[in-house]
Design a protein around this ligand. Structure first.
Ligand code: ADP
Length: 530
């Protein structure tokens, strides 16, 4: 059992991953230089393993590889950490009986300088030998020391490169694992979050005692905050992986502004803060853009305003900007020190370390806001006064559009979703629009409904127990009584939206869960136009 110093020495040696590696010119060159300065025929870089001496570089190539530890002159430096010079081994107390002294190659002269690991421990030596007895000058010994340092640097370079390569591999692996994780949890996390928000929206319309209403309202608004946080995390991962895309459609901006404000008003109210929205009548109601992402930007800004404000009023306003629509969130909260305004846009940055303790949060919201705004070719501006409040404004170059009213020709619908709560939510939302829906949980169940009925609208989730929504859409379009129906993808997982929206599927549009009746109405209306 080696003692602990020996153990450390061997660990250090192994960390260079150099034992049993092929010839390398850098080491061979140093050995050649050492032998030439000393004027001797042999030179080596030796490494001292547990029970062998391994020669990395030798002037005579046949000496490379393993040699017995008991014949190693170099191993004597493990203890001394000092250079070893033997002018004539045949008369030396220790070495005279060594087999390589009494027999081939009849070593007489030996000079070696230890190679040390920076953390301590002799790894091996740079040494020279001759079959003739010799002396060594101080200058020659100094040259040997300098060359040994050269070998040590070479070894360190090797170790650092190995460590960097490992870190790079680990980082790549970690990134791959993270992407895979986000892709697989995206659906599993968003679906229940969507179901919580949807179910509480429906529950809230039921008659129940005031106290119960308050609780349900609480579930709904906290559910929305949770959904926002999840979306931030998942989207940031997608942006980092370069897989993030905006999905453009016609949408009701006035309704969106109202909903964002109403969604967070209960939390604001519970803190004694008013939250109001103002929509400039000079704006159109409907615009072309990515409503999901605009909702995310405003949701983040409003939730920050609510979080950092304890009195006064928060205003979410929309008005004409210089080159589009100017959306602003005004608060009367704690404000931000001027020198921190630009850095809070970075991921995981908060004003200071006490922010996390007092207000929680992750420092992700604003970085998402700024990245989404840039993706939409918009601008984000922040002004703030410490102690008085802040204004976050996003100007987006949105095009106004005119939408016709939902037609009377839309009477029947089929919902294809395997999640029972989602089924209930969707059925109820459609009823609010005056549309009676059938509900299928699988592709085969949907096919049975489709065979015997004509539907004007089909809502399809992508991942179903026995197939894919996009494939079902393709088969609906290919013929049958519902081939002209409006087909809407309703997957919660962003990566499944692309699947659903492929041209081949024949889908009209995608409406990510959770959505409200008015969003569904807008989506159906714009799908019918297209
Ligand atoms: P989080 O809110 O999760 O901490 P954000 O990226 O949304 O992350 O915000 C980063 C930081 O910017 C916050 O922690 C806070 O210090 C500051 N901040 C954001 N919005 C406001 C606001 N309306 N008032 C005061 N400080 C704010």
């Amino acid at each position: 059992m080696p003692d602990s110093n020996e153990q450390k020495r061997l660990e250090a040696l192994l960390s260079y991953e150099i034992l049993d590696t092929p010839d390398e010119e850098e080491y061979a060159n140093v050995v050649a230089l050492a032998a030439s300065i000393l004027g001797v025929p042999d030179g080596y870089v030796t490494l001292l393993d547990k029970d062998r001496q391994w020669i990395k570089a030798a002037l005579n190539k046949e000496h490379r590889g393993n040699s017995p530890l008991e014949l190693s002159f170099c191993r004597h430096m493990i203890e001394t950490h000092e250079p070893l010079v033997v002018e004539d081994a045949s008369i030396h107390n220790i070495f005279k009986d060594y087999a390589n002294v009494t027999g081939t190659p009849y070593i007489r002269f030996y000079a070696g300088v230890p190679l040390e690991a920076p953390e301590g421990g002799v790894l091996g030596a740079l040494c020279v030998s001759d079959s003739q007895p010799r002396t060594i000058t101080a200058n020659q010994l100094q040259a040997l020391r300098i060359l040994a340092k050269q070998v040590q640097s070479q070894l360190e370079l090797r170790r650092t490169t190995i460590q960097l390569q490992k870190a790079l591999t680990d980082a790549t692996e970690a990134r791959k694992a993270r992407d895979l994780f986000f892709a697989s949890v995206s659906h599993d996390i968003r679906t229940p979050a969507a179901a919580i928000v949807g179910a509480s929206q429906i529950l809230n319309r039921e008659k129940m005692p005031d106290a119960a209403h308050k609780l349900v309202e609480g579930i709904e608004s906290h559910g929305k905050v949770l959904t926002l946080l999840l979306n931030n995390l998942l989207d940031l991962a997608k942006m980092d992986a370069g897989k993030f895309e905006l999905v453009e459609s016609a949408f009701d901006l006035a309704g969106l502004i109202r909903e964002v404000a109403e969604g967070q008003a209960p939390i604001a109210r519970s803190k004694g803060v008013d939250l109001v929205s103002e929509y400039d009548p000079n704006l159109s109601d409907n615009y072309l853009g990515d409503p999901l992402r605009i909702r995310q930007i405003l949701g983040n800004l409003v939730s920050n305003a609510v979080k950092f404000t304890s009195k006064g009023t928060i205003r979410l306003t929309a008005k004409k900007g210089e080159c589009g629509v100017l959306l602003s969130v005004f608060d009367t909260g704690i404000g931000i020190p001027p020198h921190r305004i630009s850095s809070i846009l970075n991921e995981f940055e908060q004003v200071d370390s006490s922010t996390q303790e007092k207000y929680g949060g992750t420092g992700l919201g604003l970085s998402i806001v700024s990245r989404l705004t840039a993706l939409m070719h918009g601008t984000l501006s922040i002004s703030s006064e410490l102690g008085s409040g802040s204004v976050f404004s996003v100007e987006l170059p949105l095009e106004p559009v005119q939408l016709s009213r939902l037609g009377t020709d839309l009477r029947t619908a089929l919902v294809v979703d395997d999640n029972e709560i989602n089924q209930l939510v969707l059925e109820a939302l459609l009823l609010q629009l005056g549309v009676k829906a059938d509900v299928a949980g699988t592709v085969s169940e949907a096919n049975r409904f489709l065979a015997g009925n004509q539907y004007d609208l089909v809502l399809l989730d992508e991942r179903l127990p026995d197939g894919r929504g996009s494939e079902l859409a393709r088969s609906i379009r290919s013929g049958g009584p519902s081939s002209n129906a409006v087909l809407l993808g309703i997957s919660a997982a962003v990566e499944e939206q692309d699947q659903l929206l492929t041209k081949a599927s024949g889908m009209n549009a995608h409406l990510p869960k959770p959505f409200t009746a008015s969003q569904l109405e807008t989506a159906v209306r714009s799908a019918k136009r297209s």
